[in-house]
Design a protein around this ligand. Structure first.
Ligand SMILES: [Zn+2]
Length: 105
């Protein structure tokens, strides 16, 4: 049987091109930045919570789906307490796809 850490190592292989999606919102809230859409330079830059291109928006939705699937699969395999730990890690990590050490307390 796989350990939790091995499980995550096997599933962190995706490379993303764009910025991570904004936290604490669902994929239905993701949108393209109005400033950029109007043809201007967004003063928030990489801190902006909106996507700066259609590709970025598409990737954010993919990332959201990907994360949801990972969480659902983990919940099935390891139960709810593991999922809660994973969600905590995701919420506090700058790079959620690299979360791989759930055993440290
Ligand atoms: Zn913006």
């Amino acid at each position: 049987m796989q350990t939790q850490t091995e499980y995550l190592h096997c599933h962190v292989g995706r490379i993303w091109k764009h910025r991570p999606p904004p936290r604490g919102v669902g994929s239905d809230v993701y949108a393209i930045c109005g400033t950029v859409q109007a043809g201007c330079i967004c003063s928030f830059g990489s801190q902006c919570v909106d996507a700066h291109s259609a590709e970025e928006l598409k990737e954010w939705k993919e990332r959201f789906e990907y994360r949801q699937k990972k969480i659902q699969r983990a919940a099935k395999l390891y139960g709810k307490s593991f999922t809660d730990q994973l969600l905590d890690k995701l919420a506090s990590s700058n790079n959620p796809e690299k979360v791989n050490n759930l055993n440290s307390k």
